[in-house]
Design a binder for this molecule. Sequence first.
Ligand code: GLU
Length: 307
Amino acid sequence: MFRTRFAPSPTGELHLGGAWTALASWTLARRARGQFVLRTEDLDGPRTIAGAAAQIVDDLRWLGLDWEEGPDVSGPHEPYAQSERSAHYERALATLQEQHMLYPCDCSRAEIAQVASAPHEGEAVYPGLCRDRDPRRPMKRPPAWRVRVPDRIVHFIDELRGPQTESLREQTGDFVLKRGDGLYAYQLAVVVDDAAMGITHVVRGDDLLASTARQIFLFEALSLSVPRFLHLPLVLGPTGERLAKRNPVMTISGLRGAGIAANAIVGKLACGLGLRESDAPVAANDMVKDLNQWRWRAEPWKTPATW
Ligand code: GLU
């Protein structure tokens, strides 16, 4: 069964970038007569905003999207909120632990930064300080758990970007799966959940392209089947600036409040994605019905200054 998902973090309102990803992922599932899953990625408790998850559900429905499984409709793979799925993540950690792939790390950010090579995509490459530590050495702080990455190049084909390669050792180093404060890392949770929920196609923004090699490595280490990946170009503001979550005209509820119709937003997003030529208003369901051949657009899309 062809299954895609949308996995928003409820750290703010649904903005146009989220709606863009959701529409693309939903369209692929509907087009393939597959299923679409909504999953709330609320692992980062302190950054989660009360009520944001419910607002995202409401905005997605207002846009005309629907899903077979999700936090508000339940389904065979519940729960659909990551904050309730710790048992799954613990089991995955235990599997890796049995293979001696994990080790505790009490390095501070400053210690890592001192020896780390040039940061990749804003993240420092972990230089392996705790990889071979003497287990008798006391921990300076509650440790994070890192996974040992092999000296290996991961190859994959992105459905939009084409062939990709990444050296785990050189570009990320051993990465964190559980933080010292007990939070599970995105990289672990997303892999465990995409596998558990039977996701066959991961559709998401370009900003996560650099995470994909780590995730493929984890799928394989956990003997889980690796989905296909499609990374969409970013959505920019009208003058080409990065979308700020706080800018109300860029949020779906801001546009709703300004009286913009859902069909107008769907029409513009679908055209920006390359799903249709015209950017005229259209209902999401009608857009899928009319969809024949399309070509994803690879370049970033600037949101219109006026709707
Ligand atoms: N929760 C992530 C976000 O909102 C998306 C993760 C993913 O699609 O893999 O940015």
